[in-house]
Write a protein that binds this ligand. Structure first.
Ligand code: HEM
Length: 356
């Protein structure tokens, strides 16, 4: 019989130099945002700056979940309003011919229950995911050099910015994703230009899951979405290719995704403090706990969508105490996301805004 590792605060171990690492991560993100603010005359996200789709959605918790899955938000079958934002990893707004890992942020609105410190109910419950099963680095300290390099090189390209930054910005993708064997290959533009609607997205790092510990995933289930798996987007001379391909499908068909959880069954094989370890699905599979439904709609409208995404703030630290982010990478994200969002003038708690 499978046993699930119970959550206890003892599963986390803070590295001695973590506070200093976080300070340096904040400085690197701030440097990127200073650069892009000067380039664009407006403040944008420190990474995942370019949105490709902003969708009104609903999330329905599955009925009859077994006790180990009926945790936190998923304790009762219920329907919630939600928002989805598709993005790509760089902190610059690049042409889509520059291929980089894709992000998916989900905000479930009007959730109730005890909350993580400093996050009001209006923040909802966020899930912040990318299209690879594990993070490129085990700890925030190991992630730092790559982020510093990115910050230092962001504005050195002048006229050749698109090309140069195309190469350099995928450093972030390589570091923030992955599932790609060699971060260097991704760095050199090797992140596959997949269709964002065909990809499976992962939290990469672990969370408390009520009585247990889990990673999250969002996977497409509509046949017209799963058919897109592995499709490559032709972005040649199409700077907005990703917005276009998402819009083509969502405007006519909408789509459905499953929200899945992978419970930790062994702390040695599924560590909390090493974000680079892929938790083996043969040991513990991802299991569906809810369905995300998107009705046909316009997923990107120039002008309006930029304003709407600017008002939205996603963070793994927006949510229920039952889903507390775990491990060094997650601990580092709390102040870094807050700083990035404060810098871009986001209403501090912006969940109240939803796409019209
Ligand atoms: C120490 C590690 C990390 C750092 C320093 C970092 C930093 C950031 C920052 C500064 C933002 C922009 C926040 C804002 O202004 O709204 C962001 C957004 C984002 N991050 Fe991370 N991140 C880290 C790890 C991760 C991981 C592990 C994932 C997912 C598996 C991830 C996925 C995303 C996504 C999808 C967004 C865009 C959210 C949106 O749509 O607004 N990041 N990250």
């Amino acid at each position: 019989m499978t046993t699930f590792v119970p959550y206890s605060p003892a599963v986390e171990q803070v590295e001695p130099e973590e506070a200093e690492t976080i300070r340096e991560l904040e400085a690197a993100i701030r440097e990127i945002q200073d650069t892009t603010a000067a380039d664009y005359g407006s403040t944008i996200r420190g990474v995942h700056a370019k949105g490709h789709g902003l969708l009104k959605a609903s999330l329905s918790v599955a009925e009859g979940l077994p006790p180990e899955l009926a945790q936190g938000l998923f304790a009762e079958p219920r329907r919630y309003d939600a928002v989805l934002r598709f993005s790509t990893a760089p902190g610059d707004i690049l042409d889509d011919s520059v291929s980089s890992p894709r992000g998916l942020a989900l905000k479930v609105l009007d959730v109730s229950g005890e909350r993580l410190a400093g996050t009001p109910a209006s923040d909802g419950q966020d899930f912040v995911l990318v299209n690879g099963p594990a993070f490129g680095n085990p700890t925030p300290a190991k992630f730092l050099p790559g982020l510093k390099l990115l910050a230092k090189t962001t504005d050195k390209a002048d006229g050749a910015k698109a090309v140069f930054s195309g190469v350099m910005q995928t450093v972030e993708g390589a570091l923030e994703s992955v599932g790609i064997k060699s971060p260097l290959i991704a760095t050199l533009g090797g992140a596959p230009n997949t269709h964002p609607l065909g990809d499976i997205y992962f939290s990469q790092v672990p969370f408390r899951f009520g009585d247990y510990i889990a990673k999250f995933s969002v996977a497409p289930v509509s046949p017209w979405l799963t058919d897109l798996k592995g499709d490559k987007v032709n972005a040649h001379d199409r700077p907005e290719a990703l917005r276009e391909v998402i819009r083509e499908t969502i405007a006519t068909q909408g789509g459905e995704w499953e929200l899945r959880v992978q419970l930790c069954t062994d702390l040695e094989k599924m560590p909390i403090e090493d974000a680079s370890v892929i938790w083996d699905e043969a040991e513990s599979p991802f299991r569906a706990v809810a369905r995300i439904t998107v009705d046909p709609q316009i997923s990107w409208q120039h002008g309006t969508s930029e304003r709407e995404e600017a008002d939205l703030a996603f963070s793994p630290w927006h949510g229920l105490a039952a889903f507390q982010p775990l491990g060094g990478v997650n601990r580092a994200r709390k102040p870094v996301y807050e700083q990035s969002q404060a810098f871009r003038g986001c209403p501090v708690h912006a969940a109240a805004s939803r796409p019209a």
